[in-house]
Design a protein around this ligand. Structure first.
Ligand SMILES: Nc1ncnc2c1ncn2[C@@H]1O[C@H](COP(=O)(O)OP(=O)(O)O)[C@@H](O)[C@H]1O
Ligand SMILES: Cc1ncc(COP(=O)(O)O)c(N)n1
Length: 266
């Protein structure tokens, strides 16, 4: 049977991030994608102009409709916006005993808009982290979650240890915003694995975090180990950024035709 994955995230009208990036990633990796929308953003390559949260009942109903009928191989969680939505998502996933959960703790868009109210941080840590197989903060998100700034590889390791103590089975701290190579670290509570690629010199990185976490979920849905899933996701995001392009007037999107860059060896 085709592997399946569910994304629980916000909608990005410009198609570069959020639900749209997640579904494109699932498809490109050969996984059947399903979605539960938490919030609708009016967004383009220049920024976010409006956000409308959906009410908790329709969010829970979307998740329930999928689980009641279809086997869910993996779940990716992106923009949650509020504490109430975060609690609803956690409770509904608990109800259906969801497995292989990837939490991307989305906080601020690349264009600077808040996608998570600061008061939702506690619900995220207390309700969702203990259920997560993997949590994938970038440097800023890791810093907000642990309460110290994360700027170096040493800081990334310290942050991964502190976040692992909150309950997730694995932490991936993403170094997309580091100086030098694009280096991410995976921590399982015992040891670190580094995933490193040359930094691609581009401004077109809209949706990189969404794409990377969805690619990890796709791998888990395909029964890869966490390390294999992160390796596949790193290969995928590197290709998607390499082939990212200028669309609109601002930060353009990544490219989701995996076959194209697979054949080209990136
Ligand atoms: N310019 C770049 N070149 C190569 N890889 C990058 C680049 N920017 C981000 N990445 C990679 O993309 C993934 C997403 O990371 P990041 O951009 O830090 O996330 P976010 O979108 O949450 O800020 C990571 O694997 C990171 O290493
Ligand atoms: C709906 C939505 N979800 C997530 C992001 C973050 O994406 P990124 O930080 O990669 O721009 C976004 N811009 N919009």
């Amino acid at each position: 049977m085709l592997a399946t994955a569910l994304t629980i995230a916000g909608s990005d009208s410009s198609g570069g991030a959020g639900i749209q990036a997640d579904l494109k990633t699932f498809s490109a990796l050969g996984v059947f994608g399903m979605s539960a929308i938490t919030a609708i953003t009016a967004q383009n390559t220049l920024g976010v102009s409006a956000i409308r949260e959906l009410d908790e009942a329709i969010i829970a109903a979307q998740i329930a409709a999928v689980f009641e009928d279809i086997p869910v191989g993996a779940v990716k969680i992106g923009m949650l916006s509020s504490a109430a939505i975060t609690r609803t998502v956690a409770a509904t996933l608990r109800q259906y005993q969801a497995k292989s959960i990837v939490v991307d703790p989305v906080m601020i868009s690349k264009s600077g808009s808040r996608l998570l109210h600061p008061e939702a941080m506690t619900a995220l840590k207390e309700q969702l982290f203990p259920m997560a197989d993997v949590v994938t903060p970038n440097l800023f998100e890791a810093g907000e979650l642990v309460g110290f700034s994360v700027n170096t590889r040493n800081d990334m390791e310290e942050a991964a240890r502190a976040l692992h103590a909150l309950g997730p089975k694995h932490i991936v701290v993403k170094g997309g915003h580091l100086e030098g190579a694009a280096c991410d670290i995976l921590f399982d509570g015992h040891s670190f694995v580094y995933f490193e690629n040359e930094r691609i010199n581009t401004i077109h990185t809209h949706g990189t975090g969404c794409t990377f976490s969805s690619a990890i979920a796709a791998g888990l849905a395909q029964k890869l180990s966490i390390e294999q899933a992160v390796r596949q996701a790193k290969y995928y995001i590197t290709g998607a950024i390499t082939h990212g392009f200028s669309l609109g007037h601002g930060v353009g999107p990544t490219h989701h035709f995996f076959e194209l860059y697979q054949k080209a060896g990136l």
